[in-house]
Design a binder for this molecule. Structure first.
Ligand code: AMP
Length: 298
């Protein structure tokens, strides 16, 4: 593989999910897990994270099968991060039932010498203090791409703004962008974010697609329209995996293509509970869905 490696930090979790289509208890999930599975189609992934003594062998097997480098994933005594969520009838709204940080509470990330030289860094959704700790380990990073969520906007705004200051590309969903910036208007939110550090902002708009903003240019990218919606958990991180995987694998390609790959990758994730949908994705199918999305664009 000629693609550049990606170093990624985020949650490695056991998720409990309720949607109108059914429920799952303690299935493999977490922002880093979805990201790693999605990105590993396109580029080598080096994961940074922590799991507890209860983390199942199935999780390690998944990473092994995908060639994900887990040298910087620590296993320590205690409970793996757990998250529970319930979706609204039309799957557009989500209520968090619980967030148990477990071993993430005292996590001190470390990055081995080999991995410190990685140029592309994904700061997935996790406490902003941990995202900052990773930045401190990565002096050679050329691209820092980050994501976040409402909990951290509420509880750790100052650190989150510091993360933004170090970020080149910021990915965020539309509701969280409004919460973080105080602007419901998309363009106003984008302007606020671009003034806070990143040179590129991608607003994820759920079933309405994604909005790419940089250098005065703006582009809306639609979703893949034929996905069978079962469980949206992890769609954002899978989008990031496709997006950054594309950057790592295509040096000079326009970022619009990276957004299209992100959207095509995420369209698999929503088709099953937890990782079930994403695990059905293969590069050829993703390419076909990218073509469909391109066909919908002006
Ligand atoms: P997404 O649907 O893309 O927002 O991602 C859902 C994933 O994020 C789930 O697998 C959760 O385990 C994980 N998650 C939920 N809340 C948090 C949080 N506060 N910090 C880190 N990861 C989280």
């Amino acid at each position: 593989m000629t693609a550049k490696p990606i170093l990624a930090v985020g949650s490695i979790a056991l998720d409990t999910i309720e949607t109108p289509q059914g429920q799952r208890q303690e299935v493999l999930g977490g922002s880093a897990t979805f990201f790693a599975v999605a990105a590993s189609h396109f580029a080598p992934v080096r994961l940074v994270g922590v799991v507890g003594s209860d983390y199942p062998e199935e999780g390690w097997r998944l990473f092994r099968e995908r060639g994900v480098d887990v040298s910087d994933v620590q296993q320590v005594p205690g409970s793996t991060f757990r998250w529970g969520g319930r979706y609204s009838r039309d799957l557009t709204g989500r209520e968090t039932l619980f967030t148990h940080l477990g071993v993430f509470e005292d996590f001190q990330p470390s990055v081995c010498d080999k991995n410190r030289r990685t140029e592309i860094v994904y700061l997935g959704n996790i406490q902003p203090s941990l995202q900052l700790a990773i930045c401190a380990h990565m002096p050679e990073a050329r691209w820092i791409i980050s994501d976040t969520m409402n909990l951290w906007i509420d509880e750790n705004r100052e650190e989150l703004e510091e993360v933004l200051g170090k970020t080149h590309i910021f990915l965020i969903n539309d509701e969280e962008a409004a919460q973080l910036t105080g602007h419901d208007d998309l363009e106003a939110a984008v302007q606020w974010l671009l003034a806070a550090g990143p040179s590129v902002v991608v607003i994820k708009q759920g079933h309405r697609g994604a909005f790419l903003a940089m250098n005065g240019a703006r582009k809306h990218i639609p979703i893949y329209p034929r996905a069978r919606l079962v469980d949206p958990t992890g769609a954002g991180d899978s989008f990031a995996g496709g997006f950054i995987g594309h950057m790592a694998d295509h040096n000079e390609s326009p970022l619009e293509e990276a957004v299209i790959r992100g959207a095509a990758t995420a369209s698999y994730t929503v088709e099953g509970f937890g990782l079930e949908g994403l695990l059905q994705a293969a590069p050829e199918g993703i390419e076909r869905r990218m073509k469909t999305i391109r066909g919908l664009m002006d």
